[in-house]
Write a protein that binds this ligand. Sequence first.
Ligand SMILES: [Zn+2]
Length: 113
Amino acid sequence: MHELGITQSIVEIAERTANEQQASKILSVTVEVGSLSGVVPEALEFCFEACTNGTQLEGAQLLIEKVPARARCCDCACEFPLEELLGCCPECDSAASDLLSGEELRIKEMEID
Ligand SMILES: [Zn+2]
């Protein structure tokens, strides 16, 4: 389950940030998860509890913000929601598009004490 490794790095980053800010406790961590990131939010929640046991994050709340995937067509510049990586433009049917969002996997904010 690769969510375990991802959760571990989230916990590490959160702990490092808390240490830098000399916080004694982390109350909550907000993580942005793009719909194309390949991460299952439920699995992340499941791993979070196990990974935070005995760390500064023990008891902290994990808040997940899902980021929908969006793309911009290279031909007609219209922006559209992307259901899968190889979606075509709904306006002109072009397959050439730039991904605007959807691959996010990062800590957005933390509440510390
Ligand atoms: Zn188009």
